[in-house]
Design a protein around this ligand. Structure first.
Ligand SMILES: [Zn+2]
Ligand SMILES: [Zn+2]
Length: 866
């Protein structure tokens, strides 16, 4: 995997052993270039079994050597063979002699891969479109086959579960390093496939669970690893993150789960404000934070603004800012570093810096508006250093021209930090201060990001490495810091030794790199003709002075591409004025990988970023109250299809249809069902309705506006109602239409196996168990359908309603759950249907499996979903 960029000092590099070199194997599986798919059968393996990851109990070492030869060397050879590029697999094997031993060890190396990839690119550039499309499909076929085998392998490994013997055998058949190298190869091919062929759909690279478990074993939090996969969804990026090494700031991960890291949540009851850790430079070793917390600090205790003054400023509608004196020499020659802390109202003459910090690092205080004096002094030193070393950004703080002189000195410093400036004991004033948060970050001269993890890292390493560190930092995973980092154009991140780096500087060169990648590949291709023709003739030396392919390649892969996720400036940029729907979608995309300690903060943060409705949200005190107000704020941009999105839902009368949260659960494609991005065009709807009548199979493209009424969400869709139940409902059920010719098979969210299979593991599954709908009044069920059935094999999503009744042509019902509806006819039956049918028919005493249709509605039918 040497072709992938790594951090400057990679943490525990991974070497991929060459498994085919051992004398003990007694078999030689060298790839023969006679066809990728039937390679196994030429060596006595059953391709079908291998596709199911069934190794038939064969010797694990031999299986491993075979799989590596086939899935790694075979795949890469086949890709180059398809495009007529010579390939010698011995270039990919590096032998080292063990020190003092006679034993040789061999590793897989990709040092020459970059050159080959460049040849691939150059060769296809002049190919005819028919040849290219042929190559594209052939490569796609081998690629998909390989990733299918890996996925089957990991499914099998998961189902082996606690069976240690079985799991060990399987792992020995495909060692983790070998598996990772195949996935990395697939990701590399995927990237070039995309750049070279511009295919109709992108190839999908499988994930690598082994890499995740390796990271966890090295000290990463499992919840954090899950989150990084979800956000970046790219093995090259994850491989880069792994090489950064695990986080160094020690935090309590005992409350974390496989899906969520809770280490940065603030538990107010036990929260301890930290004193400034002893500067490591004064000590010969770093003092663990637990000890410094307990050590008596001699700074003299806490300090903060007088509350009456603080409250008065907020009451007056102004921003309170903290003013401290900079250290100075007094007239009698003594050094005076007292703080002289005051709180003043921001007027414009007192430019200030807003602090954005991760509370779990200890700079918060849930009980009083105070901080230890040592922390305040450290903060002052940091701010002073930042301003003096970056004077070009602080014209407003320096009197004109002063910064040119080395003698530049600051009298006083002004800053804003939530711990001191948001009242903790006056609820009304606290709300008023939070309401003004957007202003606070917009009006600041700059924002300083403080995060213990980043604080320990050097600024002087390649920019993409600094950026990667920011990506994996706790700061980038918190909800509040999103607005703090996006509402100001000058965001500085504090690194080690008081150095700061600007967030924008991190984003810019990377963006440039990504844009360049195509050009980079194109660059100097004239010079490349020589080496290409040379290598086609079997000459691998190339012409002297040719481009450094490795460097070129290192500059462009999707590792960097997909790392580009630092929050863009949301909303404040007038040039890219977005519609409310676009902004909402962007915010949801950003928040899906962030977390917060208090669930009720989500509504505040999202409305602050939207710059709409914060005041109304803050008027409420409960989570449900705030959330329902938030829903009314975004009512005009919500899509009616929200009822078909796979999301956790509220349990509240009238709002059972509504998502409960967007944090840590919403997947990108699901968000398209949440936001009505195209807006509403009444003329369009008319057209759409007409065409719906003429072509019953027409898929609706324009979402209609939704209305959140007193009795529930009003939407219009096609659907059916059913006759009342005679038995409790089964979590999978069916109904029949058209005189028994078509049966519809419905799988609810409560039937996790079949439901999750459709989503390929990305579904949000209900935590609670199926509480069956019983016969009686609630048992009048309906299914609201998202689309008509056009594709015979694709399930249509539906919303299952209970307690249904008709009133004035509107069907009223209570949202129960999401269902997948599959149309099964005599000619098409999904494979799982028969199994489910058999099982359910046997269970007839306990559950009702077949529903009788009462009425069928077209796409104009109005539903009111509570
Ligand atoms: Zn954790
Ligand atoms: Zn102290």
């Amino acid at each position: 995997m040497d072709h992938i960029p790594t951090p400057e000092h990679p943490f525990r590099p991974i070497h991929v052993p060459w498994l085919g070199g051992s004398q003990k194997l007694k078999v030689n599986y060298e790839y023969d270039s006679k066809g990728f798919l039937d390679f196994p059968s030429r060596h006595g393996w059953n391709t079908q079994s291998l596709q199911d990851a069934n190794f038939e109990g064969k010797n694990a070492a031999q299986t491993a050597a075979f799989l590596q030869e086939w899935l790694y060397f075979g795949l890469i050879s086949s890709v180059f063979q398809i495009c007529g590029i010579s390939f010698n697999r011995h270039d990919f094997i590096r032998r080292t002699s063990g020190l003092g031993k006679k034993k040789y060890r061999a590793f897989v190396t990709t040092r020459t891969l970059g050159k080959k990839l460049q040849q691939w690119y150059d060769k296809e550039k002049y190919g005819s479109s028919s040849t290219k499309s042929e190559h594209e499909q052939d490569i796609r076929y081998n690629f998909t086959f390989t990733s299918g085998v890996l996925e089957a392998f990991n499914r099998k490994l998961r189902s082996a579960g606690d069976n240690v013997e079985e799991a060990t055998y399987l792992r020995n058949c495909l060692p983790g390093e070998a598996e990772l190298s195949v996935v990395v190869l697939l990701a590399t091919i995927q990237y070039f496939h995309m750049v070279i062929y511009d295919p109709p759909s992108r190839l999908v690279v499988p994930t690598c669970p082994w890499l995740s478990s390796l990271m966890v074993s090295e000290g990463w939090c499992v919840g954090q690893v899950t989150k990084l996969w979800r956000r970046h969804n790219n093995v090259l990026t994850m491989y880069y993150f792994k090489m950064l090494g695990p986080p160094t700031a020690k935090k309590d991960h005992s409350r974390c789960s496989a899906t969520r890291c809770a280490a940065n949540d603030v538990l107010e009851d036990i929260y301890a404000t930290a004193h400034c850790p002893v500067e490591p430079s004064f000590m010969h070793f770093q003092v663990p934070k637990m000890i410094t917390k307990r050590m008596n600090c001699r700074c003299g205790g806490h300090m903060g603004p007088p509350s009456d003054k603080l409250v008065a400023i907020i009451k007056d509608g102004k921003i309170p800012i903290i003013s401290v004196r900079c250290p100075t020499t007094t007239q009698n020659g003594k050094w005076d570093d007292s703080l002289d802390l005051r709180v003043i109202a921001y007027t414009g003459d007192t430019p200030y810096i807003a602090i954005s910090h991760v509370w779990s690092d200890g700079l918060g205080n849930p009980r009083a508006n105070t901080l230890p004096i040592c922390q305040l002094k450290a903060l002052r030193t940091q701010l002073q250093y930042m301003i003096l070393t970056n004077p070009e950004y602080f014209d407003d703080i320096f009197p004109e021209g002063l910064h040119i002189h080395k003698t530049a000195r600051l009298e006083r410093l002004h800053f804003w930090i939530d711990t001191l400036c948001v009242p903790v004991n006056d609820l009304e004033m606290r709300k008023k201060a939070i309401l003004d948060m957007r202003n606070v970050y917009e009006a600041a001269s700059a924002v300083l990001v403080k995060d213990a993890e980043l604080n320990a890292q050097s600024r002087y390493c390649p920019l993409e490495e600094v950026m990667a560190r920011v990506c994996v930092s706790p700061w980038c995973g918190r909800l509040w810091t999103l607005q703090e980092g996006t509402l100001n154009d000058r965001v500085f991140v504090q690194m080690s030794h008081k150095e700061v780096v600007m967030l924008d500087d991190l984003n810019e060169p990377t963006r440039a790199l990504v844009l360049l990648s195509d050009e980079l590949l194109d660059a100097e291709s004239a010079d490349l003709i020589e080496p290409i023709s040379g290598s086609l003739n079997g000459d691998h030396n190339g012409a002297p002075g040719h481009m450094d392919f490795a460097a070129k390649f290192a500059a462009c892969p999707s590792a960097i591409l997909s790392m580009n996720v630092l929050p863009g400036s949301i909303g404040s940029n007038p040039i890219s004025r977005q519609t409310k729907a676009e902004l909402f979608l962007q915010i949801l995309t950003e928040v899906q990988c962030r977390e917060t300690s208090k669930a009720s903060d989500e509504a505040i943060c999202i409305t602050t970023l939207l710059d709409a409705g914060v005041e109304d949200v803050l008027r409420e005190n409960t989570h449900d109250g705030r959330w329902t107000v938030f829903l009314s704020v975004v009512e005009d941009v919500i899509s009616a299809r929200i009822i078909f999105a796979s999301l956790p839902r509220m349990a509240l009368d009238g709002y059972n249809w509504a998502p409960r949260t967007f944090l840590s659960c919403a997947q990108g494609p699901e968000l398209a069902r949440v936001v009505n991005i195209h807006g509403f065009d009444p003329g369009n709807q008319e057209l759409q309705q007409d065409s719906d009548i003429e072509e019953p199979n027409h898929t609706r493209h324009v979402s209609r506006p939704v209305r959140i009424g007193e009795r529930g969400l009003m939407v219009a869709f096609t659907g059916l109602t059913f006759q009342p139940l005679t038995n409790p409902l089964s979590p999978e059920f069916c109904f029949t239409e058209d005189d028994g010719n078509v049966t519809y098979w419905c799988v609810t969210e409560y039937s996790p196996v079949h439901f999750a299979a459709y989503f390929e593991g990305t579904a949000f599954l209900r935590e609670e168990s199926w509480d069956a709908v019983k016969p009686g009044a609630p048992s009048r069920l309906s299914v609201v359908l998202e689309n008509h059935f056009s594709d015979p094999t694709a399930p249509v999503r539906g919303a299952l309603l209970t307690n249904c009744r008709d009133e004035a042509n509107v069907v009223y019902g209570r949202y129960l759950c999401l269902v997948l509806v599959m149309r099964t006819t005599k000619s098409y039956q999904p494979p799982a249907f028969e199994l489910a049918k058999e099982k359910m028919v046997q269970n007839t005493d306990h559950a009702q499996w077949e529903l009788a249709v009462a009425a069928k509605f077209d796409g104009q039918q109005e539903w009111c979903i509570a």
